[in-house]
Write a protein that binds this ligand. Structure first.
Ligand SMILES: [Mg+2]
Length: 425
């Protein structure tokens, strides 16, 4: 039995998440702001319809948004991450293989039944996701990843199709491919699309029919793969995502510029705690750490600095990482610089299963086990009771430098403190 590739995408994902936890926003014009309430980074379908643009600084549109009664929310990545996680778990149970491609996108495989039709399967999955998670998805189906992406694009365009399209069963495939501009084809970058247009290739059908020799000469195997995927030959396989990340980066913009080491230490300490708890969750250890800081790049005396340190023994211990990161912070810090951003990267990650021991350890094994237990205990308490219940030293001080999030949704599903109370008589 042949397999079909499906591409699943959350519709207006950030806006849908906000609408899911606050139903008063459903059907309303809504925009989401980037970190620090900077720019518009997402819109509900209704805001999109009246042409509210993406990427515009909030302060420029603030009055207009007010006049038009458009609702505004600060981005809430903890919420979007949590909903994404629930969505992917549900999709995993309903596809044979699943590749998580981004926060709201996944590719999957599914067996094609004898009658070839997968529309009902898509319809069932859509309602299952809506019932369980409360957000709408679009489903594109095809023989390859590129075709399933194109299918999804069409699914969103044709309203009568209720968010599902299967290009694998249509008779007039060429008609559909003719409508897809070449720069909308997944994998075609700006350079390639300029070259294609110059060579007379303007849509997906023409790209499929380009001579193999011509595309291979210019773009090698990458170009050839795109052509063949459009023909229906699977060239880009599904990669089931493992939790083995190569690095963890935590960085934020500050609510206001900071110029003193004390506040910078608090921020770096906070980021290290977030990253090291993620590291333990993934059962990984890090063997190198980078700290970086920067002033605004719009200022005349732009300043940026970073420093990396290799660790003697790979670790996930918050204490060790805190100590190392604060030493690095002290080294790169320069007074009288208005820093607007800082962050840390943990790299050279490896599985904690193969922990390498040193010949003359400073701690005995019991001590090491106790520290591991302490770290896990802190993670557990924080997971159950809210992120910042327990911390270490400097990271627990009040943080006024935190990014601005004045329009943050007050209802939260990632923090027990904010769970609504329901009474029944
Ligand atoms: Mg989306």
């Amino acid at each position: 039995m042949r397999k079909a590739i499906v591409h699943i995408d959350g519709n207006n994902f950030y806006a849908s998440c906000e609408q899911m936890i606050d139903p008063s926003l459903i059907g309303k014009r809504l925009v989401i702001l980037s970190n620090n309430d900077g720019c518009i980074i997402a819109r509900s379908a209704e805001a999109r319809k009246i042409g509210i643009p993406m990427g515009i600084p909030y302060f420029k549109l603030k009055n207009k948004l007010n006049q038009l009664n458009i609702k505004v929310r600060s981005s809430n990545y903890a919420l979007y991450g949590d909903i994404s996680n629930r969505l992917m778990q549900l999709l995993k149970r309903n596809c044979e293989e699943l590749e998580i491609y981004s926060i709201d996108e996944a590719f999957g495989t599914i067996k094609r039944p004898k009658d070839k039709y997968l529309y009902q399967w898509g319809k069932d999955l859509r309602s299952l996701v809506y019932q369980n998670i409360g957000i709408a998805i679009s489903i594109g189906i095809g023989e390859t990843k590129i075709l399933s992406k194109i299918s999804n694009h069409i699914a969103k365009k044709i309203e009568t199709n209720s968010g599902i399209f299967d290009i694998g069963v249509v008779d007039n495939k060429d008609n559909y491919l003719n409508q897809i501009k070449v720069d909308k084809v997944w994998g075609v970058g700006r350079k390639m699309s300029t070259w294609l247009k110059k060579s007379g290739v303007t849509n997906a059908r023409e790209l499929r029919d380009i001579s193999s020799k011509q595309i291979k000469e210019k773009y090698g195997i990458v170009g050839l793969r795109i052509k063949n995927e459009l023909k229906g030959n699977l060239c880009i396989p599904i990669k089931e995502t493992s939790s083995d990340r190569k690095e963890i980066c935590v960085s934020r913009s500050f609510g206001y510029p900071i110029d003193n080491l004390q506040e910078l230490n608090q921020a770096i300490g906070k980021y290290i705690l977030i990253a090291s708890s993620k590291l333990r969750e993934n059962k990984q250890l890090t063997s190198a750490i980078t700290v970086f800081i920067a002033t605004s790049n719009h200022t005349k005396d732009y300043f940026k600095s970073e420093l990396t340190e290799k660790l003697n023994i790979p670790t996930s211990d918050s204490r060790v990482l805190l100590k190392e990161s604060l030493t690095l912070t002290k080294k790169i810090f320069r007074p009288y610089r208005n820093l607007v951003k800082a962050g840390i990267i943990l790299h050279k990650l490896q599985s904690s299963q193969y922990k390498q021991n040193i010949i003359f350890p400073k701690q005995n094994i019991q001590e090491e086990l106790n520290i591991e237990r302490l770290n896990n205990l802190i993670d557990n308490i924080n997971q159950r009771n809210g992120k910042n219940i327990l911390g270490w030293g400097s990271s627990t001080i009040e943080e006024s430098w935190k990014p601005r999030r004045e329009k943050l949704s007050y209802l939260k599903i990632t923090d027990i403190e904010y769970l609504p109370t329901v009474s029944a008589n």
